[in-house]
Write a protein that binds this ligand. Structure first.
Ligand code: FES
Length: 209
């Protein structure tokens, strides 16, 4: 790894970016058991993840993906697609960007948010599998809670901003525009900011205003 204008990623990231595994090719026929499609192609960050499942055992047997994301998104999803093969659905659902980054031999902090897309799409694919198979009781609805009424910012957006590098309330504000009207949301936003920093970057310390 080098930080002097060259490649700043681990050899594993480089390998998965240069030789991505399990890519779903355009027009490929793939009879998936579950499909997750998140992001927006117009923003260049769409991600599709498809899975096959051993229904008896509740285990993912195959996983493919397609994205228009950046190098980090490609490497993250490539390694994720390898990690989940043979994994029980529940365990795969709970994988976090941190787990993926660890497997990659770390990602620069400001790039961890790129790995969010792959695991978001994986969770959508698992939920889709549950829906297709009448297993609604297993569905996990990822409810977003509105934190800033004025600017329409949710707790999920605060978490994503933290993954994107926000460590102070001002940095969070720069990314999300939270608290720029009445300011009433600031205490709760700061509390969540600290909670997500601790969750994802425990070793880097708490956020401050
Ligand atoms: S509630 Fe966030 S600025 Fe008003």
């Amino acid at each position: 790894m080098t930080t002097r204008g060259g490649w700043v990623y681990s050899e594993t990231v480089k390998d998965h970016f240069m030789h991505p595994r399990n890519v779903l090719k355009d027009g490929e026929v793939y009879e998936e058991d579950g499909k997750g499609d998140v992001g927006n192609v117009k923003c260049g960050d769409q991600m599709i993840v498809v899975i096959k499942v051993d229904k008896e055992k509740g285990i993912i047997t195959d996983c493919k993906w397609q994205t228009y994301g950046c190098a980090s998104a490609i490497a993250s999803t490539s390694i994720l697609s390898e990690m989940v093969k043979g994994m029980p659905l529940g365990q795969a659902f709970n994988l976090s960007p941190k787990d993926i980054a660890r497997e990659l031999g770390s990602l620069p902090e400001h790039k961890i948010h790129c790995s969010v897309l792959g695991d978001k799409a994986l969770r959508a694919a698992i939920n889709d599998y549950y829906k297709r198979n009448g297993m609604e009781d297993k569905l996990v609805i990822e409810d977003a809670r509105l934190v800033c009424q004025c600017m329409n910012v949710t707790d999920h957006e605060i978490e994503e901003a933290v993954l994107e590098g926000a460590r102070t309330f001002y940095e969070l504000q720069e990314i999300t525009k939270i608290g720029t009207v009445c300011g009433q949301c600031e205490p709760e936003a700061t509390r969540l900011l600290n909670e997500y920093v601790k969750k994802h970057f425990a070793e880097t310390g708490a956020a401050t205003r």
